[in-house]
Design a protein around this ligand. Structure first.
Ligand code: NOJ
Length: 554
């Protein structure tokens, strides 16, 4: 007993200011009150045995998503594509790649989703197309082609010298020489992903009309890919070196991207997209993707008069140290950075980042679920995180991701987090009858969705009950946030709405921790261990190792 007491981390209450917006908005828009679930379509469910997931597969699995309790599904790109960057290299912005199905399959998917009250969020890729897109094929054909200016063509600085020192996110120069017209074209990503020129009015109109195409077909919103990169400074000056660069980081980080990212004019694009979405009923939403500062993120809400995105993705927890103190700091800074009309959102992983189950110490993945689903703001969860899936080992000969192929063995590759979903214990986890395009998580025999569904304490059961609790509890859903305590070990906060107050305490350690409750009294209504609840608490709350609890305050 003594050793347990010594291991206690006692935490006393210190109430910090409450979040600015004390939303008690019962009829909140779906993007505010809902939970978003990301599907990487290549890896969700294959129905034709080619080892790659497809739209029919997603339709087949909609009841799983409904039972999980999510509200919206963002699907990574399924446009026609040579798949150099697995769909983020688009050859037609208004069609479906045959590997994923047909437009008819898409229509069925939307209809089936809507039948179940689920929203569909498309991925939209405004920054670039594939080099095989007919627009680029035309553009590169001659200097006076009408589509020449739809991309960024420039003369070299001198013979065999690109126009400047700009780097591709995926390494190497961001300029590729094209002998047909003896000019260079700019590409923030792969050379097979030439940047579109949003200064060109025709290109702009063509891209917005592609969005209109999907809005007419019933999509509920767009996740806007790589918004930071859409505009570049016209002077084409060299970018300065980043003095803090270390060679363990990608080459792209050598420079400070002052001329190629986060240009003010990016906002005019998002404003136009928003105007378009607002012409349609049902709160069509924009989610912008950018790894930027809180201040830059806040700007993507636009203003009440000229709104931009409803949800500028907030990735700051992905890079935060996993301690209660540093998570508390991220939350406080984020909350403070939000404009009054800005609604927060939280992301813990996606198809570009190593999986939660791999990044966090064992036991903490459950706390991550609680963080994601009890903070103030819309959560986005990445498929199979609800199963506690880990990164999969991908042997070099099976590498697929262009980042891994260009910079092998450095740990920058994104294949490990893109492995197939684990549905059941049958061959290939029920994902495919063919050869899966990436290896499966070897634990699938025990960690699959079917097995976890019948285990009342599994990770899947945790996600399901948390989503359910959140939905049933306005305070946890749209209520205010007030941090009450944080040290290295425990984060505690109060969520409040509609006259109800909930105290959330999360133990970021694998030892017992104690939180002083001051004069707060209440009843435990939820524990991440998924065992005893309805226990009264007063004076202090003892958290078991890696435990998070929700207490309804009297
Ligand atoms: C961000 C996407 O999430 C990533 O997967 C992709 O490679 C780049 N944008 C380029 O489109």
């Amino acid at each position: 007993m003594k050793s347990i007491i010594l291991a206690f981390s006692a935490l006393t209450l210190a109430v910090l200011p409450s979040s600015k917006a004390t939303a008690t908005d019962a009829g909140a828009a779906w993007w505010k009150s809902g939970v978003v679930y990301q599907i990487y379509p290549r890896s969700f469910q294959d129905t034709n045995g080619d080892g790659v997931g497809d739209l029919k597969g997603i339709t087949q699995r909609l009841d799983y998503l409904r039972d999980l309790g999510v509200d919206a599904v963002w699907i990574s790109p399924f446009y026609p594509s040579p798949m150099k960057d697995f769909g983020y290299d688009v050859t037609n912005f208004t069609d479906v790649d045959p590997r994923f199905g047909t437009l008819a399959d898409f229509d069925t998917l939307v209809a089936e989703m809507h039948k179940r009250g689920l929203r569909l969020v498309m991925d939209f890729v405004p920054n670039h197309s594939s080099d095989e897109h007919p627009w680029f094929v035309e553009s590169r054909s001659s200097k006076d082609n009408p589509k020449r200016d739809w991309y960024m063509w420039r003369d070299g600085r001198s013979a065999n010298q690109p126009p400047n020192n700009w780097l591709s996110v995926f390494s190497g120069s961001a300029w590729t020489y094209d002998p047909t017209t003896s000019q260079y074209y700019y590409h923030a990503f792969l050379k097979e992903q030439p940047d579109l020129n949003w200064h060109n009015a025709e290109l702009r109109a063509a891209m917005l009309s592609a969005m209109r195409f999907w809005l007419e077909r019933g999509v509920d919103g767009f996740r806007i890919d790589g918004i930071s990169h859409t505009m570049e400074d016209a002077a084409l000056l060299d970018e300065p070196a980043d003095p803090s660069y270390k060679d363990t980081k990608p080459e792209f980080d050598k420079l400070l991207h002052v001329y190629t990212t986060e240009q003010r004019s990016n906002h005019s694009i998002v404003r136009e997209m928003r105007k378009l979405c607002d012409q349609y009923p049902g709160e069509r939403a924009l989610i912008t993707e950018a790894y930027i500062t809180f201040e830059q993120q806040a700007a993507y809400y636009g203003t009440p008069e000229a709104p931009e995105a409803q949800l500028p993705f907030n990735f700051h927890l992905i890079s935060a140290d996993w301690t209660a103190a540093s998570v508390a700091k991220v939350v406080a800074e984020y909350e403070a950075s939000l404009p009054t009309h800005g609604w927060p959102n939280w992301v813990l992983s996606n198809h570009d980042k190593h999986r939660l189950g791999t990044r966090l110490p064992q036991g903490q993945a459950r706390i991550a679920a609680m963080v994601l689903l009890t903070l103030r703001g819309t959560p986005t969860l990445y498929y199979a995180d609800e199963l506690g899936m880990k990164d999969v080992f991908v042997p070099p000969e099976r590498a697929q991701d262009p980042v891994e192929l260009k910079t092998p063995g450095k740990g920058f590759g994104r294949d490990p987090e893109r492995a197939p979903m684990m549905w059941d214990a049958t061959t290939n986890a029920g994902f495919t009858t063919g050869t899966p395009w990436l290896p499966l998580e070897p634990d699938y025999v025990t960690l699959n969705a079917e097995a976890q569904d019948s285990d009342p304490q599994s990770m899947l059961s945790l996600y399901k009950s948390l989503v359910k609790l959140r939905r049933a509890t306005p305070a946890l859903n749209v209520g205010s946030y007030k941090q009450v305590a944080a040290n290295e070990d425990v984060l505690a906060f109060i969520r409040e709405a509609a006259g109800q107050k909930f105290f959330v305490a999360l133990n970021f350690t694998d030892k017992i921790s104690k939180v002083a409750l001051g004069d707060l009294v209440g009843r435990v209504v939820f524990t991440s261990v998924l065992d005893q609840v309805e226990q009264s608490v007063a004076g202090a709350l003892e958290l078991r190792p890696n435990e998070g609890v929700v207490v309804r305050l009297d």
